[in-house]
Design a protein around this ligand. Structure first.
Ligand code: GDP
Length: 313
């Protein structure tokens, strides 16, 4: 990729989008375009069309999405489906209309069937029923993949779709009702340590297994794929290792320095039993993750301490 190229990062305030901007700047890209949701409502087709006409980006990263953890997904199905469909349809269609050189669409591993064999291979897409707690988001993301494939087939667009596993990192959402498990646990253990609470409550049974990828690693993989990958097939981004939520809770407890007990609230959903991606395709191209989970958690906790929830600075 030419360092002078104009690169539009849609969703630059999100977990992956902000990591993408940091990574692009670090690599010397000087022509990065962004717009906040106040400046540009990505659900509004006329606004998105106008944005592409005025800015004419060469490369587009679609990191914009309405995201949330297991509870948010289950509580706001209409928003998760409508907002995500509109965002991706507008971005992909307008990227095609303005002749964008290449586009990378970020999906999610929840696009795979709930009971697919593990590790999840790219070819398992659309081979079975989805996990019901996040099927709205998953259906929207599957549509995003299909849009990339359809525009490639019909118009020859160089649009690719990558599926990152569960992500965490600086700028994560620490709101307990909307966040994913890792930032939620950082906040819960931190609050419990400060208040001297004897226990921390972890949702579900603690036995579901998840894989966690640092957002800086994800951004690195996205830049790599933008340069190296140009196929219709989706490609997973992950670390190739997963752990039970129970163990994750112990790791977070250690990083935070909490000495109390962990209890499990089994009235809360477990979600899909396991979500580990097969990273064989990405590894064969020459990319592997480099941030170990324990280091990443300590780093994310430091970020949390420097940006207390409710602090807008
Ligand atoms: P998922 O990967 O789509 O299921 O999303 P989450 O990151 O929200 O949840 C992953 C797993 O962590 C599920 O089994 C949750 O029940 C479990 N979990 C345990 N405690 C929490 C918590 O405080 N917040 C969230 N979001 N999940 C939790």
């Amino acid at each position: 990729m030419d360092k002078q190229a104009k690169v539009y990062v849609a969703g630059h305030r999100g977990l992956v989008g902000s990591a993408l901007v940091r990574k692009l700047e670090e690599r010397g890209f000087a022509n990065i375009v962004t717009a906040t949701s106040k400046q540009l409502d990505l659900r509004d087709n006329a606004a998105v069309a106008n944005f592409f006409r005025s800015n004419r980006p060469d490369y587009v990263y679609v990191a914009a999405a309405k995201v949330g953890g297991i509870l948010a997904n289950d509580t706001y199905p209409a928003e998760f489906l409508y907002d995500n469909l509109m965002i991706e349809a507008n971005l992909i269609h307008e990227a095609y209309r303005s002749g964008v050189e290449k586009l990378l669409f970020l999906g999610s591993t929840c696009i795979y069937p709930k009971l697919a064999p593990q590790p999840l291979k790219e070819e398992y897409l659309l081979t079975g029923a989805l996990e019901p707690t996040n099927e709205w988001y998953a259906v929207a993301k599957i549509t995003g993949i299909k849009l990339c494939q359809a525009y490639r087939r019909q118009y020859g667009c160089r649009f690719i779709a990558a599926m990152p596993t569960n992500l965490y990192g600086p700028g994560d959402n620490f709101d307990l009702n909307r966040s994913h498990v890792l930032p939620a646990l950082i906040r819960k253990f931190h609050d419990a340590r400060l208040s001297g609470a004897p226990t921390v409550t972890v949702w579900g049974t603690g036995s579901p297994r998840r894989e966690f990828l640092h957002s800086d690693d994800c951004a690195d993989a996205c830049l790599f794929l933008m340069g190296e990958y140009d196929n219709e097939g989706i490609i997973n981004i992950g670390v190739g290792k997963d752990i039970p939520i129970r163990e994750l809770a112990m790791l977070v407890g250690e990083a935070v320095g909490y000495r109390g007990d962990i209890v499990f609230d089994t009235s809360k959903p477990d979600g899909t039993p396991r979500k580990l991606v097969d990273v064989g395709k990405l590894t064969a191209l020459g990319w592997t993750a480099s941030i170990p989970l324990a280091d990443g958690i300590r780093q994310a906790y430091r970020w949390f301490l420097q940006h207390p929830p409710g602090d807008a600075s």
